[in-house]
Design a protein around this ligand. Sequence first.
Ligand code: ADE
Length: 238
Amino acid sequence: MTEEVELLQSQLKGAKTKEILGFKFKTGKLNGKKVVLAETGIGKANASIVTALIIKEFSPKTIIFTGVAGAVNPDLNQGDILIGRRLSYHDYGRLTNDSLKFYPTRNPHTKQLNPQFFLSDSTLITVANKAAKGIELKKITADSPQPRVSAGTIVTGDTFVASSIAVAGFRKNYQADATEMEGAAVAQICFQQNLPFLIIRSISDKANEAAPADFQTFKKVAADNSAILVKAIIKNLE
Ligand code: ADE
């Protein structure tokens, strides 16, 4: 979303825009590093096409995704950051009369089944943990606690989740910590292209019945927190 790229975009030095298939890619320098910044739009299809276009057009060394997510882990609160250590779809599989049974995706190039969980690059996770020590995150309200940073599991699907029943299922079936709508798609494209990636999310809501209202209230602070960490990660990259 626009809110999720705003902070980074405002700090991009020497920005130039290239438009491809209607998507805008901004090149420039952030914290002294060459970057390409793009807003994917919402959902797996949009995230996939933008990831593919970035790879084809700009040959990046690394893909970093920044944005907001709904918490699935009850310990996570609005404004907290989750480094996506592993990512899975929650809406890919075989739909039977009983339930949706998980089935892995398939790499169209090798014809091999992909893993259930795509793993963020371990070096990038180390950089993120280090970068997290030197940042000041925005508090949700003046008297709320300082937001925390942790690493965990993200489940992705083409649904905005506003159901405590779905949250309980994600916890049980995937040991998920958060849910969103793009991460695993970006991860799958990068996995299939052998490109290191990292998914960073900040919590805007708890994916429960209050999520639609909470999302509106907290998305800007959460989006900024995710972007603050991403900026620090970029500074710490080799
Ligand atoms: N992104 C932020 N909150 C979300 C939610 N509850 N479901 C899916 N994606 C989200």
